[in-house]
Design a protein around this ligand. Structure first.
Ligand code: PBG
Length: 328
């Protein structure tokens, strides 16, 4: 059947008809909110490169997350910004690490919030690399046991999920074994499986003070042109015991999300990263873009590509807009 009998515009005629035939619908439960946590009390420090985002002390974080939960956002992911850094990132696995303290406080104060902790060393090392750094490179196998220690420490603080973002080979298996050994068989693993060596992480590294002091992350994070390698990384993480897998960044990697969706048999998440957020905020601040429409279009595209949930700094504002639109 073709023109004039088939007229697709018939179903675009009114807002109600468009709603009726809409194929992808965003909901606040699609979002996971990234949170930066520092030590102390009463702190809410603005992050210049991420307008609208803050570094919170645990007490202030509870207020922020409570508000997010009331907007129907089910989960958050914690990034720790420690007071002290050293060569191996030892401040990350102390029982009173910023993440451990924040996780406990969140779990004690808020009903039914999924708490994820990012597992990586770059925020905690003085050289800014994601593992043990020697002779100009990161030592894969020496890093694994440190990641496992960190994951166990976060599990001990009560997080529901640990999310290794370091891109070392074999880390999911080592972390799973360590968690099981310590009795944390119910702590899930969200693997940053296809994490690319991206220029889109710039604002995050300012926020977390985690940029490498020398060199870059190209020997451990993935090369942006590769697809087959991403599918292999995802399959390896699943075989090693990942409960959920992730593609990161999202917007420049929608093809990877879509290809991954076709092969994975577990939840697939995507990280709408700091640089993607900052571009939207900067253009909106300049008056060059409609922030609400741009944000919802981007998040819809990530879901349409196949993401089951999206880690995004837009989560609170997007949730507010979605709830607002639902009542229309
Ligand atoms: C830690 C980590 C990074 C991000 C998440 N976990 C930074 C990096 O790899 O340098 C980036 C998140 C973002 O840009 O929003 N390894």
């Amino acid at each position: 059947m073709s023109f004039p009998f088939d007229r697709p515009r018939r179903l675009r005629r009114t807002p109600a008809l468009r709603k009726l035939v809409r194929e992808t619908k965003l909901h606040p439960s699609d979002f996971i909110l990234p949170c930066f946590v520092v030590s102390g009390k009463g702190k809410k420090e603005p992050i210049e490169t991420l307008p609208g985002c803050y570094r919170y002390s645990p007490d202030e974080l509870v207020k922020f997350v409570r508000e997010a939960r009331s907007l129907r956002i089910p989960g958050i992911i914690l990034f720790g910004i420690p007071d002290t850094k050293d060569a191996v990132g030892s401040s990350s696995w102390q029982s009173d690490s910023v993440v451990a303290v924040a996780a406990k406080e969140l779990k004690n104060s808020i009903d039914d919030i999924a708490v994820i902790a990012d597992v990586c060393l770059c925020e905690y090392t003085d050289h800014g690399h994601c593992g043990v750094y020697a002779d100009g490179d990161v030592d894969n196998d020496a890093t694994l046991e440190l990641l496992a220690k960190q994951a166990v420490s976060f599990a001990n603080a009560g997080v529901d999920v640990v999310a290794p973002s370091d891109m070392m080979d074999g880390r999911v298996e080592v972390i799973r074994d360590a968690l099981d050994d310590q009795g944390f068989d119910n702590t899930a693993i969200l693997a940053y499986s296809a994490k690319y060596c991206s220029a889109f992480y710039g604002p995050f590294r300012d926020a977390a003070d985690s940029a490498p002091k020398e060199g870059d992350r190209s020997t451990y994070q993935m090369d942006p042109p590769n697809v087959i390698e991403a599918l292999k990384e995802i399959q390896m993480d699943i075989d090693e015991g990942a409960d959920m897998v992730m593609v990161k960044p999202a917007l420049s990697y929608l093809d990877i999300i879509s290809e991954a969706k076709a092969i994975v048999d577990r939840p697939l998440f995507a990280y709408n990263v700091s640089g993607e957020y900052a571009m939207v905020k900067a253009s909106a601040q300049k008056g060059w873009a409609d922030e609400k429409r741009l944000t919802l279009e981007i998040l819809t595209s990530i879901k349409r590509a196949g993401a089951d949930a999206i880690l995004t700094y837009h989560a609170p504002s997007a949730a507010r807009w979605i709830i607002e639109d639902m009542t229309k």
